[in-house]
Ligand binder design. Structure first.
Ligand SMILES: Cc1cc2nc3c(=O)[nH]c(=O)nc-3n(C[C@H](O)[C@H](O)[C@H](O)COP(=O)(O)OP(=O)(O)OC[C@H]3O[C@@H](n4cnc5c(N)ncnc54)[C@H](O)[C@@H]3O)c2cc1C
Length: 512
């Protein structure tokens, strides 16, 4: 960019609608949140407006401000100048201001009633959309509290229960009826729902089973499966550990359970997984948090058997070293073992926690078609199962799963159900392709001043390990404004720079 002309225009709403391009952040977000608009609103101190923008597509802004895997930040053009904008932390700052708000209930305008099975982010997002369309919606949840993995899986230090429950209360306030301690397949059937006058059903039951490790000794005492253990702890049961705990698995659940048992009295926590360190499937920030708190990593190890000590309890784990791992087309891991001297390794353990994956526990599985992965088979566009009027979505349908993808699935399910009930072809329309404004790394305007990304303050490790208090403490409002000002606002400002060689006064003040 040779010549840049600064002209006087108050950057504002009038800039935004005229641009036909998407910024990479909104393109990468599974719910296509209008990131540039809310980050610009934060930069201008308009927190209320920012939250209103986020809520248009996301009923769980405070949850996502804490645990979203933020694909938006991975593609942020600002990374080509210095570091990506801390979009997730900005969302958290404004979203927390809305916690405890009571919405105006939405009047029921449609006669049809819809049943949603499961109150995780998929089910509750669908319920949020459907109730706002005027339908009667009842959500059935098997556990005593709603929220799915948000309240019964993800540990408290990452996502305090009251944060998730406050956002669920907001959804309730709109008119969604949530019945806890009510399970499809145990307390009622699909046929009961039809008989009660329900016109469409969404099954959003997630993946509630922990995969077992089929090796000798798996039934010994003090060998636990991660998910039921996390659930017991999250639901308030007192659980204690001591001595050395070995966690088996390299994913996010393994990191979460390792950090959890450190807070429950374990002297040391060792984490062993099949993958090499660089291939571990957990998010980088989860691995960093576990490492910071003292979890010891042992990559490239395949457990062979659990060794008994007296009293039928586990006393050690025998491993073989792994030469290489690879994933097949379905995403399943395979590995080759090393042979010969030094290929065997034994680790003492007072308890072992197996965290090697989750599987769907599908109710009424004799009636619903399943995939080879054991998830519910659906039409990939409409999310309808083999039973007319019965839809499924979220973790129960996909191979992996994250919170924001579950929210996206909830939106799609709601749209499809609405079309089905209105007698419109139940196809989610694909939106027309839009240009995404990707900066050319070789042609970054040299007038952008490098500015440090504001780091997230966190609890000192010694304090964090004594309790389940949230580790990330959040930005102050002032820090949020300063961080938001780093945004290049690709859809608008950067586009303007490239298209017109111009920069308005306000943008110049912010970025130069
Ligand atoms: C320990 C852990 C940590 C995670 N950390 C993160 C993270 O940091 N970031 C992230 O983005 N994602 C994370 N995830 C993944 C994320 O939580 C899930 O992808 C998301 O919750 C899936 O939403 P869902 O609504 O499809 O299912 P779920 O959240 O599992 O909700 C399903 C609900 O259905 C209920 N249910 C099941 N069977 C029945 C039945 N028969 N009748 C009635 N109700 C039923 C369940 O009790 C549950 O409440 C984590 C998951 C786990 C397990």
């Amino acid at each position: 960019m040779e010549q840049i002309q600064v002209f006087s225009q108050i950057h504002g709403e009038k800039c935004w609608p005229i641009v036909g391009k998407l910024s990479p952040c909104e393109d990468a977000c599974p719910v296509h949140t209008d990131v540039p608009s809310y980050v610009m609103a934060i930069a201008q101190g308009k927190f209320r407006e920012a939250l209103d923008v986020i809520r248009q597509t996301n009923p769980f802004p405070s949850v996502c401000g804490r645990v979203c895997h933020h694909p938006c930040e991975e593609v942020c053009n600002r990374a080509l100048v210095d570091k990506p904008i801390a979009i997730q932390w900005l969302k958290r700052t404004v979203a927390d201001m809305g916690l405890g708000e009571k919405p105006v209930p939405v009047p029921r305008t449609k006669k049809e009633r819809i049943a949603v099975i499961g109150s995780g982010p998929t089910g509750l997002t669908a319920a949020y959309d459907l109730v706002r369309m005027g339908y009667g919606v009842r959500v059935y949840e098997t556990l005593p509290i709603p929220g799915g993995m948000l309240t019964a899986g993800i540990p408290e230090m990452n996502l305090p229960k009251e944060v998730a429950l406050a956002e669920i209360d907001y959804i309730r306030g709109l008119g969604v009826d949530i019945r806890t301690n009510s399970a499809l397949g145990r307390d009622f059937s699909i046929d009961d729902l039809w008989a009660w006058g329900v016109k469409a059903i969404l099954i959003a039951v997630g993946k509630q089973k922990s995969s077992e490790l089929p090796i000798p000794g798996a039934d010994l005492g003090s060998v636990f499966l991660a998910l039921p253990l996390l659930k017991r702890i999250r639901l308030g049961e007192k659980v204690a550990f001591k001595g050395r705990v070995v966690v088996i698995g390299g994913g996010n659940v393994a990191m979460d359970v390792a950090r959890t048992v450190l807070r429950l009295g374990a002297g040391e926590v060792h984490l062993a997984c099949l993958e090499a360190r660089r291939d571990m499937p957990a998010f980088d920030w989860e691995i960093e948090a576990a490492e910071r708190e003292g979890v010891k990593f042992h990559p490239s190890l395949a457990p062979q058997r659990f060794i008994e000590k007296k009293g039928k309890a586990v006393g050690a784990v025998a491993f073989k070293r792994v030469a290489r791992t690879w994933l097949d087309q379905e995403g399943k891991i395979h590995w080759d073992l090393l042979e010969g001297p030094g290929s065997e390794f034994t680790m003492d353990a007072d308890a072992v926690i197996v965290a090697i994956g989750q599987a769907a526990d599908v109710p009424e599985k004799d009636r619903l078609d399943l995939t080879s992965l054991g998830t519910i088979a659906v039409n990939p566009v409409t999310l309808m199962t083999g039973i007319s009027g019965v839809f499924a979505g979220g973790d129960a349908v996909v191979a992996g799963g994250t919170a924001i993808e579950a929210i996206a699935a909830g939106h799609r399910a709601a749209e499809s159900i609405d079309r089905y009930l209105q007698g419109v072809q139940p196809y989610a329309e694909t939106s027309p392709e839009k240009d995404v404004l990707k900066l050319d790394p070789a042609n970054i305007p040299n007038f952008f001043i490098r500015k440090e990304r504001w780091s997230m303050p966190h609890l000192p490790v010694k304090d964090a390990l004594r309790c389940f208090r949230e580790v990330n403490l959040g930005y102050t409002n002032w820090e949020a404004v300063e961080e938001a000002k780093r945004c290049l606002n690709c859809r608008s400002c950067v586009n303007c720079v490239f298209e017109r060689g111009q920069l308005c006064f306000e943008t110049a003040q912010r970025l130069l």
